[in-house]
Design a protein around this ligand. Structure first.
Ligand SMILES: [Zn+2]
Length: 113
């Protein structure tokens, strides 16, 4: 389950950020996860609880924001939602779209004291 490794690095980054800001308590961590990131949100939430135990993060809330994947067509410059990597441009049917977003996996914000 690779979610465990991902959660551990998220927890590490969150704790380092909190330490850098001399936080006494972390209330919540908001994550942005692209629909193509290949991560199961439920698994992440499950691992988060275990990984945050006995740290500043214990009891904090993990908020997960799903980011739908989008591509930009190279031929007509239209931005369109990408349901899968083989989707074509809805306007000109071109298959040469560039991924704009959808693979992100990052901490968007943290609520700390
Ligand atoms: Zn197009």
């Amino acid at each position: 389950m690779h979610e465990l490794g991902i959660t551990q690095s998220i927890v590490e980054i969150a704790l380092r950020t909190a330490a850098g800001q001399q936080a006494k308590k972390i209330h919540s961590v908001t994550l942005e996860i692209g629909s193509l990131a290949g991560v199961v949100a439920e698994a992440l939430e499950f691992c988060y609880e275990a990984c945050s135990k006995d740290s500043l993060l214990e009891g904090s809330r993990l908020i997960i924001e799903a980011v739908p994947a989008k591509a930009r067509c190279r031929d007509c410059a239209l931005d369109y939602p990408l349901t899968d990597l083989l989707a074509c441009c809805p306007a000109c049917d071109s298959a040469s779209g560039d991924l704009i977003c959808g693979e992100e996996l990052r901490i968007k914000e943290m609520e700390i004291d």
